[in-house]
Design a binder for this molecule. Structure first.
Ligand code: CS2
Ligand code: MN
Length: 356
């Protein structure tokens, strides 16, 4: 595996490439063209400039998170073909730039959903948290205003103000889309993009829905082992793979994370590893990476990745806000650096104990 950190680009991130370079064992970043909108074609020059900047800092561009999928594609609207053509053009340019990993998600309307962006933990750190009872009391607009004051000035992916202005239209778009339709739309999208992925050896890595169940009545399908295996089979090409995100699949305690990893052997192209602490089955917060701080056995998760021969990029996903840092919630430097060091330590121990 290759240890990486997510980086939003020098114009948007509070963390610098020079800082990332100094985290022991982190050799690459996962980045994106943060100022493009879903549906835009990414220009080759812009991709090459990003890559060059990262390489000049002594790191590699290990993959893209995300090339977002336009809602017209997810909802299967008549204009979806035009947006798929654009997606293919973007993949073509990424391939030309020698980039072989693309993370994306197929969640209607929103990306991940949390009810608090700065819940205070007993040690004074603040973390992202989710409480189902709080969601049940809110509509999406109220949810947006309740979290938008909490973002330290950053824009949360999927919760951009201009999207929120069109929230009613977005919900209308999905009025007739149930799980089966969403599966069919995903299949159509994947079948159309596989040729360009084959041509340039681009691994598509779908990110799970977070939380792993329906919110605000919207369909959500990338939530458990059964559905993800169905997706792998419906377009049975190794370039149709997954981002295994422990913190997203782990929102549903019924998901057995090491077992899911083992069942996806050969199809996990990217891993997000983080821990959650459950206070009840419907209330969780994003703990430190260390097993003892949360509800997951991080050793077992890393061991499962080792057992399937995982070689792709991995990153600590969200981190806590600690030591007075002000950054995009979940994406500060300090706790993610601690997470990377810890995950590297687990990996070294697993590797050495297997070689003996
Ligand atoms: C990320 C997701 O911050 C996060 O939780 O893992 O936002 C992820 O980047 C997207 O869902 C992938 O498209
Ligand atoms: Mn993730």
């Amino acid at each position: 595996m290759q240890m990486t950190l997510r980086w939003y680009g020098s114009r948007f991130d509070t963390v610098t490439l020079q800082q990332i370079r100094q985290i022991p064992g982190v050799t690459g970043v996962i980045s994106t063209l943060y100022d493009t909108a879903p549906g835009d074609v990414w220009e080759l020059d812009a991709i090459l400039a990003l890559k060059k900047e990262i390489e000049e800092a002594g790191l590699s561009l290990a993959g893209i998170e995300s090339v977002n999928v336009h809602d017209a594609i997810k909802a299967g609207l008549p204009e979806c073909d035009r947006y798929i053509d654009n997606y293919i053009a973007t993949l073509e340019n990424l391939g030309k730039a020698d980039i072989h990993l693309v993370c994306y998600n197929f969640m209607p309307v929103f990306d991940w959903t949390r009810t608090e962006l700065a819940r205070v933990r007993p040690d004074g750190s603040t973390v992202l948290a989710y409480n189902q009872e709080a969601v049940d009391k809110l509509n999406p607009e109220e949810m947006f205003s309740s979290i938008s004051g909490d973002t330290n000035g950053a824009v949360m992916p999927g919760w951009e103000p201009d999207r929120m202005e069109h929230i009613k239209e977005l919900f209308d778009m999905y009025r007739d889309v149930d799980d089966e339709k969403l599966f069919a739309n995903l299949k159509y999208f994947l079948e159309r993009i596989m040729p360009v992925c084959d041509k340039y050896d681009i691994n598509m890595a779908i990110h799970p829905d977070d939380p792993a169940w329906s919110v605000f009545g919207l369909p959500r399908i990338i939530i458990n082992k059964e559905n993800i295996l169905r997706m792998m089979k419906m377009v049975d090409n190794p370039h149709n793979g997954v981002t295994f995100c422990s913190g997203s699949y782990g929102t549903n305690l019924k998901n057995d994370l090491p077992d899911m990893i083992r069942s996806l052997k050969g199809r996990i192209h990217f891993a997000h590893v983080r821990n959650l602490k459950f206070n009840s089955p419907t209330d969780f917060e994003e703990a430190a990476h260390l097993s003892s701080d949360g509800s997951f056995d991080m050793y077992e998760i890393m061991l499962a990745l080792y057992d399937i021969g995982f070689t792709g990029p991995i990153r600590p996903d969200h981190g806590r806000m600690i030591w007075g840092e002000v950054a995009m919630p979940g994406y500060g430097l300090y706790d993610r650096a601690l997470g990377a060091a810890y995950l590297n330590g687990l990996w070294e121990a697993i590797e050495k104990s297997h070689k003996k």
